[in-house]
Write a protein that binds this ligand. Structure first.
Ligand code: UDP
Length: 410
Protein backbone atom coordinates (compact mmCIF):
# COMPACT_ATOMS: atom_id res chain seq x y z
CA UNK A 1 0.00 0.00 0.00
CA UNK A 2 1.12 3.52 -0.77
CA UNK A 3 1.68 4.97 2.70
CA UNK A 4 2.02 8.44 1.26
CA UNK A 5 -1.68 8.28 0.51
CA UNK A 6 -2.38 8.64 4.22
CA UNK A 7 -0.77 12.04 4.05
CA UNK A 8 -2.65 13.13 0.94
CA UNK A 9 -6.13 11.83 1.77
CA UNK A 10 -8.19 13.18 4.64
CA UNK A 11 -7.93 10.25 7.06
CA UNK A 12 -7.61 11.44 10.67
CA UNK A 13 -4.28 10.48 12.17
CA UNK A 14 -3.25 9.95 15.74
CA UNK A 15 -1.21 13.13 15.77
CA UNK A 16 -4.31 15.14 14.77
CA UNK A 17 -5.70 14.40 18.25
CA UNK A 18 -2.82 16.26 19.87
CA UNK A 19 -4.83 19.47 20.02
CA UNK A 20 -7.49 17.73 22.10
CA UNK A 21 -5.50 15.40 24.32
CA UNK A 22 -1.97 16.84 24.33
CA UNK A 23 1.38 15.68 22.96
CA UNK A 24 2.23 13.49 25.95
CA UNK A 25 -0.79 11.24 25.42
CA UNK A 26 -0.09 10.92 21.72
CA UNK A 27 3.57 10.02 22.32
CA UNK A 28 2.56 7.42 24.89
CA UNK A 29 0.06 5.82 22.50
CA UNK A 30 2.62 5.80 19.68
CA UNK A 31 5.07 3.97 21.94
CA UNK A 32 2.50 1.35 22.85
CA UNK A 33 1.48 0.96 19.23
CA UNK A 34 5.08 0.21 18.31
CA UNK A 35 4.64 -3.15 20.05
CA UNK A 36 1.89 -4.00 17.59
CA UNK A 37 3.83 -3.23 14.43
CA UNK A 38 3.69 -6.08 11.97
CA UNK A 39 0.50 -7.50 13.46
CA UNK A 40 -2.46 -8.17 11.24
CA UNK A 41 -5.77 -7.54 12.98
CA UNK A 42 -9.33 -8.05 11.87
CA UNK A 43 -12.70 -7.03 13.25
CA UNK A 44 -15.86 -8.97 12.45
CA UNK A 45 -19.33 -7.45 12.82
CA UNK A 46 -22.72 -7.62 11.19
CA UNK A 47 -23.26 -4.31 9.41
CA UNK A 48 -21.25 -1.55 7.77
CA UNK A 49 -23.77 1.12 8.72
CA UNK A 50 -26.56 1.83 11.17
CA UNK A 51 -25.83 1.63 14.87
CA UNK A 52 -22.96 2.25 17.20
CA UNK A 53 -20.69 -0.68 16.30
CA UNK A 54 -20.45 0.40 12.66
CA UNK A 55 -19.91 3.98 13.73
CA UNK A 56 -17.09 3.00 16.03
CA UNK A 57 -15.36 0.62 13.66
CA UNK A 58 -15.49 3.06 10.73
CA UNK A 59 -13.26 5.46 12.60
CA UNK A 60 -11.21 3.15 14.81
CA UNK A 61 -10.00 0.87 12.00
CA UNK A 62 -8.82 3.86 9.95
CA UNK A 63 -7.09 5.41 12.94
CA UNK A 64 -5.21 2.17 13.61
CA UNK A 65 -4.27 1.75 9.96
CA UNK A 66 -3.01 5.31 9.74
CA UNK A 67 -0.94 4.66 12.87
CA UNK A 68 0.73 1.72 11.13
CA UNK A 69 -1.18 -1.29 12.48
CA UNK A 70 -2.81 -3.37 9.73
CA UNK A 71 -6.41 -3.44 10.85
CA UNK A 72 -9.29 -4.75 8.78
CA UNK A 73 -13.02 -5.11 9.18
CA UNK A 74 -15.23 -7.88 7.83
CA UNK A 75 -18.99 -8.15 7.74
CA UNK A 76 -20.94 -11.38 8.01
CA UNK A 77 -23.71 -12.03 5.55
CA UNK A 78 -27.10 -13.42 6.50
CA UNK A 79 -30.63 -13.92 5.31
CA UNK A 80 -33.46 -11.82 6.81
CA UNK A 81 -34.34 -14.90 8.94
CA UNK A 82 -30.87 -14.87 10.40
CA UNK A 83 -31.04 -11.21 11.34
CA UNK A 84 -34.54 -11.65 12.77
CA UNK A 85 -33.14 -14.32 15.08
CA UNK A 86 -30.01 -12.36 15.99
CA UNK A 87 -32.10 -9.26 16.77
CA UNK A 88 -34.23 -11.40 19.11
CA UNK A 89 -30.99 -12.61 20.70
CA UNK A 90 -29.84 -9.01 21.07
CA UNK A 91 -33.12 -8.13 22.79
CA UNK A 92 -32.90 -11.23 25.00
CA UNK A 93 -29.38 -10.28 26.07
CA UNK A 94 -30.96 -7.01 27.19
CA UNK A 95 -33.53 -8.95 29.22
CA UNK A 96 -36.45 -9.72 26.86
CA UNK A 97 -38.04 -13.15 26.68
CA UNK A 98 -37.06 -15.36 23.77
CA UNK A 99 -38.49 -18.52 22.35
CA UNK A 100 -35.16 -20.13 21.59
CA UNK A 101 -36.05 -23.21 19.56
CA UNK A 102 -33.68 -25.83 18.16
CA UNK A 103 -34.62 -24.58 14.66
CA UNK A 104 -33.46 -21.04 15.51
CA UNK A 105 -30.22 -22.27 17.02
CA UNK A 106 -29.56 -24.44 14.00
CA UNK A 107 -30.21 -21.60 11.53
CA UNK A 108 -27.99 -19.24 13.53
CA UNK A 109 -25.12 -21.71 13.71
CA UNK A 110 -25.55 -22.79 10.09
CA UNK A 111 -25.37 -19.24 8.67
CA UNK A 112 -22.32 -18.61 10.82
CA UNK A 113 -20.70 -21.72 9.40
CA UNK A 114 -21.37 -20.45 5.86
CA UNK A 115 -19.61 -17.23 6.80
CA UNK A 116 -16.70 -19.21 8.18
CA UNK A 117 -16.29 -20.98 4.85
CA UNK A 118 -16.17 -17.66 3.07
CA UNK A 119 -13.81 -15.92 5.50
CA UNK A 120 -10.25 -17.13 5.69
CA UNK A 121 -8.96 -15.81 8.94
CA UNK A 122 -5.29 -16.18 9.81
CA UNK A 123 -4.89 -12.97 11.74
CA UNK A 124 -2.74 -12.27 14.75
CA UNK A 125 -5.71 -10.79 16.58
CA UNK A 126 -9.43 -11.19 15.87
CA UNK A 127 -12.08 -8.99 17.46
CA UNK A 128 -15.63 -10.25 17.08
CA UNK A 129 -18.41 -7.77 17.81
CA UNK A 130 -21.74 -8.61 19.43
CA UNK A 131 -23.70 -11.88 19.27
CA UNK A 132 -24.29 -12.13 15.51
CA UNK A 133 -20.83 -13.52 14.53
CA UNK A 134 -20.07 -14.97 17.99
CA UNK A 135 -19.91 -18.72 17.13
CA UNK A 136 -17.36 -18.18 14.34
CA UNK A 137 -14.58 -18.75 16.85
CA UNK A 138 -15.20 -22.45 17.16
CA UNK A 139 -14.34 -23.21 13.52
CA UNK A 140 -10.85 -21.72 13.28
CA UNK A 141 -7.40 -22.72 14.37
CA UNK A 142 -6.34 -19.64 16.28
CA UNK A 143 -3.11 -17.95 15.36
CA UNK A 144 -3.47 -15.36 18.11
CA UNK A 145 -6.05 -14.17 20.60
CA UNK A 146 -9.72 -13.90 19.75
CA UNK A 147 -11.63 -11.24 21.66
CA UNK A 148 -15.41 -11.00 21.94
CA UNK A 149 -16.41 -7.34 22.13
CA UNK A 150 -19.97 -7.07 23.40
CA UNK A 151 -21.59 -3.63 23.04
CA UNK A 152 -24.95 -4.62 24.49
CA UNK A 153 -26.46 -3.71 27.87
CA UNK A 154 -25.70 -6.96 29.72
CA UNK A 155 -26.97 -5.82 33.12
CA UNK A 156 -29.79 -8.41 33.24
CA UNK A 157 -29.72 -10.85 30.31
CA UNK A 158 -32.36 -13.49 29.77
CA UNK A 159 -30.77 -16.50 31.47
CA UNK A 160 -31.73 -19.06 28.83
CA UNK A 161 -30.19 -16.89 26.14
CA UNK A 162 -27.03 -16.31 28.12
CA UNK A 163 -26.61 -20.02 28.93
CA UNK A 164 -26.83 -20.92 25.25
CA UNK A 165 -24.12 -18.41 24.32
CA UNK A 166 -21.67 -19.08 27.17
CA UNK A 167 -19.95 -22.09 25.55
CA UNK A 168 -19.17 -19.91 22.51
CA UNK A 169 -18.09 -16.97 24.66
CA UNK A 170 -15.71 -19.16 26.64
CA UNK A 171 -13.89 -20.18 23.46
CA UNK A 172 -12.56 -16.61 23.33
CA UNK A 173 -9.38 -15.45 24.97
CA UNK A 174 -11.02 -12.35 26.33
CA UNK A 175 -14.32 -10.53 26.58
CA UNK A 176 -14.59 -6.75 26.41
CA UNK A 177 -17.76 -5.14 27.75
CA UNK A 178 -18.59 -1.46 28.08
CA UNK A 179 -18.91 -1.10 31.88
CA UNK A 180 -17.97 -3.19 34.95
CA UNK A 181 -21.57 -3.84 35.98
CA UNK A 182 -21.95 -6.12 32.95
CA UNK A 183 -19.36 -8.52 34.39
CA UNK A 184 -20.42 -12.16 34.30
CA UNK A 185 -19.40 -15.46 35.81
CA UNK A 186 -17.13 -16.64 32.98
CA UNK A 187 -13.96 -18.67 32.60
CA UNK A 188 -12.66 -16.00 30.23
CA UNK A 189 -10.86 -12.82 31.32
CA UNK A 190 -13.17 -9.80 31.16
CA UNK A 191 -12.22 -6.20 30.41
CA UNK A 192 -14.27 -3.02 30.50
CA UNK A 193 -13.83 -0.30 27.92
CA UNK A 194 -16.34 2.42 27.13
CA UNK A 195 -16.77 3.42 23.49
CA UNK A 196 -15.74 6.83 22.20
CA UNK A 197 -16.25 9.18 19.26
CA UNK A 198 -14.25 10.53 16.36
CA UNK A 199 -14.24 14.35 16.54
CA UNK A 200 -13.12 14.58 12.89
CA UNK A 201 -15.94 12.58 11.32
CA UNK A 202 -18.69 14.24 9.31
CA UNK A 203 -21.00 13.40 12.19
CA UNK A 204 -18.94 15.19 14.80
CA UNK A 205 -16.97 17.99 13.17
CA UNK A 206 -18.20 21.51 13.73
CA UNK A 207 -20.60 22.75 11.05
CA UNK A 208 -21.10 26.43 10.34
CA UNK A 209 -24.54 27.81 11.16
CA UNK A 210 -25.16 28.03 7.42
CA UNK A 211 -24.34 24.36 6.91
CA UNK A 212 -26.61 23.41 9.79
CA UNK A 213 -29.51 25.48 8.48
CA UNK A 214 -29.06 24.19 4.96
CA UNK A 215 -29.29 20.56 6.13
CA UNK A 216 -32.37 21.21 8.26
CA UNK A 217 -34.06 23.14 5.49
CA UNK A 218 -33.46 20.25 3.11
CA UNK A 219 -35.76 18.13 5.31
CA UNK A 220 -38.23 20.97 6.00
CA UNK A 221 -37.36 20.97 9.69
CA UNK A 222 -38.59 24.26 11.17
CA UNK A 223 -36.22 26.19 13.42
CA UNK A 224 -38.61 28.89 14.63
CA UNK A 225 -39.01 27.02 17.94
CA UNK A 226 -36.38 25.17 20.00
CA UNK A 227 -35.63 21.67 18.77
CA UNK A 228 -35.98 18.62 21.00
CA UNK A 229 -34.18 15.77 19.24
CA UNK A 230 -33.65 12.04 19.57
CA UNK A 231 -31.39 10.35 17.01
CA UNK A 232 -31.71 6.57 17.32
CA UNK A 233 -32.47 3.39 15.50
CA UNK A 234 -36.21 2.72 15.83
CA UNK A 235 -35.86 0.16 18.56
CA UNK A 236 -38.12 -0.53 21.57
CA UNK A 237 -35.17 -0.18 23.95
CA UNK A 238 -34.71 3.44 22.76
CA UNK A 239 -38.35 4.09 23.74
CA UNK A 240 -39.45 6.37 20.86
CA UNK A 241 -43.05 6.11 22.08
CA UNK A 242 -41.94 7.34 25.53
CA UNK A 243 -40.08 10.24 23.91
CA UNK A 244 -43.23 11.34 22.10
CA UNK A 245 -45.34 11.04 25.26
CA UNK A 246 -42.80 13.06 27.26
CA UNK A 247 -42.78 15.73 24.54
CA UNK A 248 -46.58 15.84 24.50
CA UNK A 249 -46.59 16.54 28.25
CA UNK A 250 -43.79 19.11 28.00
CA UNK A 251 -45.38 21.04 25.14
CA UNK A 252 -48.27 22.00 27.43
CA UNK A 253 -45.72 24.27 29.16
CA UNK A 254 -43.17 25.09 26.46
CA UNK A 255 -43.25 25.64 22.72
CA UNK A 256 -40.87 23.39 20.80
CA UNK A 257 -40.51 21.03 17.86
CA UNK A 258 -39.68 17.36 18.37
CA UNK A 259 -37.55 15.57 15.78
CA UNK A 260 -37.08 11.81 15.93
CA UNK A 261 -34.51 10.58 13.43
CA UNK A 262 -33.65 6.93 12.89
CA UNK A 263 -31.74 5.40 10.03
CA UNK A 264 -32.33 1.78 9.05
CA UNK A 265 -29.67 -0.87 9.79
CA UNK A 266 -29.32 -4.10 7.81
CA UNK A 267 -28.94 -6.17 10.97
CA UNK A 268 -32.06 -4.69 12.59
CA UNK A 269 -35.21 -5.90 10.83
CA UNK A 270 -37.49 -4.52 13.59
CA UNK A 271 -36.77 -0.90 12.73
CA UNK A 272 -39.38 -0.46 10.03
CA UNK A 273 -42.21 -1.91 12.12
CA UNK A 274 -41.37 0.34 15.07
CA UNK A 275 -41.03 3.37 12.81
CA UNK A 276 -44.45 2.69 11.30
CA UNK A 277 -46.01 2.11 14.71
CA UNK A 278 -45.27 5.68 15.82
CA UNK A 279 -46.05 7.51 12.58
CA UNK A 280 -49.63 8.29 13.67
CA UNK A 281 -48.15 10.73 16.25
CA UNK A 282 -46.81 12.97 13.50
CA UNK A 283 -48.05 16.54 13.45
CA UNK A 284 -46.72 19.97 12.61
CA UNK A 285 -44.43 19.87 15.69
CA UNK A 286 -43.67 16.16 15.87
CA UNK A 287 -41.38 15.19 13.01
CA UNK A 288 -40.45 11.55 12.55
CA UNK A 289 -37.82 10.79 9.91
CA UNK A 290 -36.18 7.62 8.68
CA UNK A 291 -33.15 8.63 6.61
CA UNK A 292 -29.51 7.64 6.45
CA UNK A 293 -27.88 11.08 6.56
CA UNK A 294 -24.84 11.63 8.73
CA UNK A 295 -24.77 15.38 8.15
CA UNK A 296 -28.37 15.61 9.28
CA UNK A 297 -27.45 13.80 12.51
CA UNK A 298 -24.71 16.34 13.08
CA UNK A 299 -26.92 19.33 12.22
CA UNK A 300 -29.68 18.15 14.55
CA UNK A 301 -27.35 17.41 17.44
CA UNK A 302 -25.69 20.80 16.96
CA UNK A 303 -28.88 22.82 16.60
CA UNK A 304 -30.98 21.05 19.26
CA UNK A 305 -31.86 22.94 22.42
CA UNK A 306 -31.85 19.54 24.07
CA UNK A 307 -31.08 16.01 22.88
CA UNK A 308 -32.89 13.04 24.37
CA UNK A 309 -31.68 9.48 24.63
CA UNK A 310 -34.53 8.09 26.64
CA UNK A 311 -33.31 4.51 26.47
CA UNK A 312 -34.70 1.78 28.69
CA UNK A 313 -31.59 -0.33 27.98
CA UNK A 314 -28.33 0.99 26.52
CA UNK A 315 -24.91 -0.69 26.45
CA UNK A 316 -23.38 2.73 25.83
CA UNK A 317 -25.11 5.50 23.90
CA UNK A 318 -22.83 6.95 21.26
CA UNK A 319 -25.57 9.45 20.42
CA UNK A 320 -25.30 10.82 23.96
CA UNK A 321 -21.58 11.50 23.60
CA UNK A 322 -22.00 12.87 20.08
CA UNK A 323 -24.51 15.47 21.28
CA UNK A 324 -22.46 16.34 24.38
CA UNK A 325 -19.44 16.94 22.14
CA UNK A 326 -21.50 19.60 20.35
CA UNK A 327 -22.17 21.34 23.66
CA UNK A 328 -25.80 20.28 23.65
CA UNK A 329 -27.38 19.26 26.97
CA UNK A 330 -28.61 15.67 26.95
CA UNK A 331 -31.43 14.04 28.88
CA UNK A 332 -30.63 10.34 28.99
CA UNK A 333 -32.27 7.26 30.43
CA UNK A 334 -30.74 6.34 33.78
CA UNK A 335 -29.57 2.96 32.50
CA UNK A 336 -26.49 1.05 31.34
CA UNK A 337 -23.63 3.06 29.92
CA UNK A 338 -25.56 6.35 29.90
CA UNK A 339 -25.11 6.52 33.68
CA UNK A 340 -21.37 6.82 33.07
CA UNK A 341 -21.72 9.30 30.24
CA UNK A 342 -23.92 11.88 31.95
CA UNK A 343 -23.28 13.33 35.37
CA UNK A 344 -26.82 14.01 36.51
CA UNK A 345 -27.58 17.69 37.05
CA UNK A 346 -24.02 18.69 36.09
CA UNK A 347 -23.51 18.08 32.39
CA UNK A 348 -26.96 16.71 31.56
CA UNK A 349 -29.83 14.87 33.20
CA UNK A 350 -30.58 11.22 33.91
CA UNK A 351 -34.24 10.25 33.92
CA UNK A 352 -36.27 7.19 34.81
CA UNK A 353 -39.79 7.97 33.62
CA UNK A 354 -41.81 9.78 30.99
CA UNK A 355 -42.91 12.43 33.50
CA UNK A 356 -39.35 13.08 34.62
CA UNK A 357 -38.28 13.41 30.98
CA UNK A 358 -41.06 15.94 30.38
CA UNK A 359 -40.02 17.93 33.48
CA UNK A 360 -36.41 18.06 32.36
CA UNK A 361 -37.35 19.15 28.85
CA UNK A 362 -39.31 22.04 30.37
CA UNK A 363 -36.43 22.85 32.73
CA UNK A 364 -33.78 22.91 29.99
CA UNK A 365 -35.89 24.91 27.55
CA UNK A 366 -36.84 27.38 30.25
CA UNK A 367 -33.27 27.99 31.45
CA UNK A 368 -30.96 28.84 28.55
CA UNK A 369 -28.14 29.87 30.92
CA UNK A 370 -28.23 26.56 32.73
CA UNK A 371 -28.43 24.73 29.40
CA UNK A 372 -25.40 26.64 28.13
CA UNK A 373 -23.41 25.82 31.30
CA UNK A 374 -24.34 22.16 31.10
CA UNK A 375 -23.43 22.03 27.42
CA UNK A 376 -19.98 23.47 28.11
CA UNK A 377 -19.32 20.90 30.82
CA UNK A 378 -20.67 18.18 28.56
CA UNK A 379 -18.19 19.05 25.85
CA UNK A 380 -15.35 19.14 28.36
CA UNK A 381 -16.22 15.70 29.70
CA UNK A 382 -16.14 14.25 26.17
CA UNK A 383 -12.77 15.86 25.53
CA UNK A 384 -11.43 14.35 28.76
CA UNK A 385 -12.97 10.91 28.55
CA UNK A 386 -14.70 9.99 25.34
CA UNK A 387 -12.48 10.68 22.34
CA UNK A 388 -11.15 7.74 20.32
CA UNK A 389 -7.61 8.09 21.64
CA UNK A 390 -8.73 6.97 25.12
CA UNK A 391 -10.47 3.93 23.67
CA UNK A 392 -7.53 3.14 21.40
CA UNK A 393 -5.05 3.23 24.27
CA UNK A 394 -7.17 0.98 26.50
CA UNK A 395 -7.62 -1.52 23.69
CA UNK A 396 -3.92 -1.51 22.81
CA UNK A 397 -3.12 -2.26 26.45
CA UNK A 398 -5.42 -5.27 26.37
CA UNK A 399 -4.12 -6.52 23.02
CA UNK A 400 -0.49 -6.07 23.98
CA UNK A 401 -0.92 -8.19 27.09
CA UNK A 402 -2.20 -11.03 24.89
CA UNK A 403 0.49 -10.55 22.32
CA UNK A 404 3.00 -11.30 25.05
CA UNK A 405 1.18 -14.45 26.07
CA UNK A 406 0.98 -15.71 22.50
CA UNK A 407 4.58 -14.77 21.75
CA UNK A 408 5.73 -16.73 24.76
CA UNK A 409 3.65 -19.75 23.74
CA UNK A 410 4.92 -19.93 20.16
N1 UDP B 1 -27.24 6.99 13.87
C1 UDP B 1 -27.21 7.62 12.64
N2 UDP B 1 -28.38 7.94 12.06
C2 UDP B 1 -29.57 7.70 12.65
C3 UDP B 1 -29.59 7.06 13.90
C4 UDP B 1 -28.39 6.71 14.50
O1 UDP B 1 -26.15 7.86 12.08
O2 UDP B 1 -30.59 8.05 12.07
C5 UDP B 1 -25.95 6.70 14.52
C6 UDP B 1 -25.73 7.57 15.73
O3 UDP B 1 -25.31 8.86 15.36
C7 UDP B 1 -24.69 6.75 16.48
C8 UDP B 1 -25.10 5.33 16.15
O4 UDP B 1 -25.90 5.38 14.97
O5 UDP B 1 -23.41 7.01 15.98
C9 UDP B 1 -25.93 4.74 17.27
O6 UDP B 1 -25.10 4.33 18.29
P1 UDP B 1 -25.63 4.14 19.76
O7 UDP B 1 -24.50 3.62 20.57
O8 UDP B 1 -26.27 5.40 20.25
O9 UDP B 1 -26.82 3.06 19.63
P2 UDP B 1 -26.92 1.62 18.92
O10 UDP B 1 -27.64 1.86 17.63
O11 UDP B 1 -25.55 1.09 18.74
O12 UDP B 1 -27.75 0.83 19.86
Amino acid sequence: MDNDLFHKLPVPKLEDYERFVGAETIDRIFKKIQLMQGMHITNISSTYYGGGVAELLSSLTLLMDSAGVNTGWRIIQGSPDFFTITKKMHNALQGDDINLTARKEELYEHIIYQNVLRNHIHHDLVIVHDPQPLPMVRHYKKKGPWIWRCHIDLSAPNQKMWNYLVPFIEMYDGVVMSIPEYKKDLNTPQFFVMPAIDPFSIKNKEFTEEEVMQRLKHYNIPTDLPLVVQVSRFDASKDPEGVIKAFQIARKKVDATLVLLGAPATDDPEGERIYESILHHRDERIIILSHEDTSLVNALQQKAAVVLQKSLKEGFGLTVTEAMWKGTPVIGGNVGGIKYQIQDGVNGFLVSSIEETADKIVQVLGNPDMAHRMGKLAKQSVRNNFLLTRLLEQEIDIYNSYETIYRVRT
